[in-house]
Design a protein around this ligand. Structure first.
Ligand code: ATP
Ligand code: MG
Length: 366
């Protein structure tokens, strides 16, 4: 059997980032040899502490090593200073730009007992198993704003830019993710979905040109023969928010322009109980950075009680985008088994286990 070596950059960042990123490394090292994977790790610097020490939140060396010496990376968290600090800006935002990581992918999944199905659920807690695929480069986030004096006083304006190219590639990525989730389910990961579905989100009833272009382009991208097995529907973003909270089990993969995706992602994360469970990935052509959704959590830093699951799932998500679905499925299943049993949980989930105890329980289940 041939062995594939993956070079992974490790960027712990600040706060609990330093406590959870080692968990990502440990689970990669613990993957069974039968998967044919080897890992080489490179520790890299970024974040507020790095900024205070070196004057750069994202040192050039970090970007260079990621660009030329890594296949993927894990990013912990960076603390955001409570007041604006001159010269400091978020290193992950800068990284997304520098590496053209055009998609932000956020799976949100509740604890699903292996036997549950959407229709059999009578409990008030709804099963959730969805992925939000957010376009990451344009929309209102091009940050082209201006303020001027109009005839009736001050006016501020912002550009909302939607391109066919960006809409097409994000929709195609959503289609690929829907297909891949189907494979991972086939490999035995419990799920509430039987078949793949992509929901296109927009507000084209009001913004007929910008969101209209997103909608028609996404439709066209998902009409490709490759996605024949993927059902496609669309939904106006406001009614989507309503349904997201009433009937979250209805969603498999959601694709959205930048702003709606940003809002929907945080809303969806609230459905599953703790930020410590929710992973994300920043994805570009042939490169992916796994990143837990939580921040540096200064309130629990240094106590060894941070939930490592968001990072473990982010590690699996990174592997998915490096085309290592089987390895990803192993990690998801081990995490799900830990949660479903519910004996070794960190305090954010009502348990008393330390970060390392949760990690060890999950490693045992690999
Ligand atoms: P930052 O400015 O870095 O985002 P924050 O103060 O906003 O820091 P977050 O990391 O966003 O903190 O976390 C919000 C809340 O969720 C905090 O109470 C934190 O303790 C909790 N939390 C976040 N991540 C985890 C985790 N992995 N395990 C347990 N609790 C967590
Ligand atoms: Mg925060």
């Amino acid at each position: 059997m041939s062995i594939r070596t993956l070079r992974i950059g490790l960027i712990p960042g600040d706060g609990i980032g330093k406590e959870v990123i080692p968990a990502g490394r440990r689970i990669l090292e613990a993957l069974p040899a039968s998967l044919g994977l080897k890992f080489e790790f490179t520790p890299l610097e970024a974040g507020f502490e790095t900024f205070e020490r070196t004057g750069a939140a994202l040192p050039d060396a970090t970007v260079e090593v990621l660009r030329s010496g890594c296949d993927g990376a894990l990013f912990g968290a960076v603390s955001s200073p409570s007041h604006p600090v001159k010269g400091y800006s978020s290193p992950i935002v800068a990284l997304r730009k520098k590496l053209d990581l055009y998609a932000n992918v956020r799976p949100v999944k509740s604890v699903i007992p292996a036997t549950a199905t959407a229709s059999s659920s009578s409990s008030p807690i709804k099963p959730v198993d969805m992925v939000i695929v957010r376009e990451n480069t344009e929309d209102l986030y091009v940050k082209e704003e201006k303020t001027f004096d109009g005839p009736q006083g001050r006016v501020a304006e912002a550009v909302k830019r939607i391109s066919e190219r960006a809409s097409h590639r994000i929709a195609a990525m959503a289609g690929e993710i829907a297909l891949r989730r189907q494979n991972i389910r086939a490999a035995g990961t419990p799920s509430i979905h039987a078949s793949p579905l992509v929901t296109i989100t927009h507000k084209s009833n009001v913004l007929s040109q910008t969101d209209g272009l997103f909608r028609t382009t996404a439709r066209a991208a998902l009409a490709a023969p490759r996605f024949a097995s993927v059902a496609v529907e669309e939904q106006i973003v406001d009614s989507m928010v309503y349904k997201l909270f009433r009937q979250p089990e209805a969603y498999d993969v959601i694709v959205a322009p930048n702003l709606y995706g940003d809002i929907l992602s945080d809303g969806a994360a609230a459905l599953v109980g703790s930020l410590g469970l929710v992973p994300s990935a920043n994805v570009g052509e042939g490169f992916a950075i796994g990143e837990p959704c939580h921040g540096s959590a200064p309130d629990i830093q240094g106590q060894g009680i941070a939930n490592p699951i968001a990072t473990l799932r982010s590690t699996a998500l990174m592997l998915e985008f490096l085309e290592e679905e089987a390895a990803a499925a192993r990690i998801y299943a081990a995490v799900d088994a830990n949660l479903a049993e519910g004996k070794l949980l960190s305090p954010d989930l009502g348990g008393t286990a330390k970060t390392d105890e949760v990690v060890e329980d999950i490693l045992r289940r690999l």
